[in-house]
Design a protein around this ligand. Structure first.
Ligand SMILES: Cc1ncc(COP(=O)(O)O)c(C=O)c1O
Length: 238
């Protein structure tokens, strides 16, 4: 982020930080979201803090907050409370209908009360995976500094071109693995701007995420890594 901020300043641009997976993590002496850039969190179903579906923006100034509120609510200037007391309202620019529903917000507020427990559990689970994966040939953990970050995922690299087959074997064994994420620049939507990014493409063909959430037990992590070991061994024997 420091390097990006220097570049952005030189170009007189602002920085919008995609902290979708980083709720609770630290950046230097501060938690992500308190470091002075516009920060966006996701509270989707698999994130560190969830409200079902939704997110939050941390603006830097009251003006930015005001702009965000207008953008999320069809460009309407007045708040819902203000509108309740008048017979009209003002739309003075572009807006979308992307506000969080009060039901989702209520779920998020309750989850927030339990966040300290969630972050402790996520760190412990990630460490359990790291220990269980140690020494398994053909797979390497994508490292994370779990002293300073709250892990949102547990990602591994499956080496030697075996990712897709191992992925399907695990799915057949009832293990909910995933891929977060296929490289964006290979998506048809970005074809007009495509250029080769060989390292990203190489890693994009290796990454696989293991089931990961704060209610998963260390015993489950052991079972999953055992199945991974078996799937890799079956591939080696082919
Ligand atoms: C890095 C990153 N950015 C953005 C998003 C999008 O978040 P949302 O689905 O809440 O819009 C995600 C969620 O999966 C993410 O992991």
């Amino acid at each position: 982020m420091r390097a990006v901020s220097v570049q952005a300043r030189a170009r007189r641009s602002g920085v919008v930080e995609d902290a979708a997976q980083a709720f609770g993590s630290w950046q230097g002496e501060r938690r992500v979201g308190a470091t002075g850039v516009v920060t966006c969190f996701s509270f989707g179903p698999i994130k560190n803090l969830t409200c079902g579906l939704g997110g939050a923006i941390v603006p830097r100034t009251p003006l930015e907050a005001d702009i965000c509120r207008r953008l999320r609510g069809l460009g309407i200037v007045e708040s819902a409370a203000q509108r309740a007391e008048v017979t009209t309202y003002t739309i003075d620019g572009f807006g979308m209908r992307v506000q969080m529903s009060p039901l989702n917000a209520a779920v998020g507020l309750v989850q927030l009360v339990h966040f300290a427990e969630a972050e402790t559990r996520r760190r412990a689970l990630w460490r359990a995976y790291a220990a269980a994966l140690d020494g398994i040939d053909g797979v390497s953990l994508v490292d994370a500094d779990v002293d300073r970050t709250v892990p949102a995922l547990c990602a591994v690299r499956v080496l030697d071109g075996r990712r897709d087959r191992v992925f399907h074997t695990l799915l057949e064994r009832g293990i909910g693995v995933g891929v977060h994420y296929p490289p964006n620049h290979t998506q048809p939507a970005f074809a007009a701007w495509h250029r080769p990014l060989p390292v990203t493409e190489h890693l994009g063909g290796q990454i696989m995420t293991l089931p990961f959430h704060q209610h998963l037990t260390e015993a489950a992590a052991e079972h999953i890594t055992g199945e991974l070991r078996a799937a890799l061994a079956a591939e080696t024997d082919r």
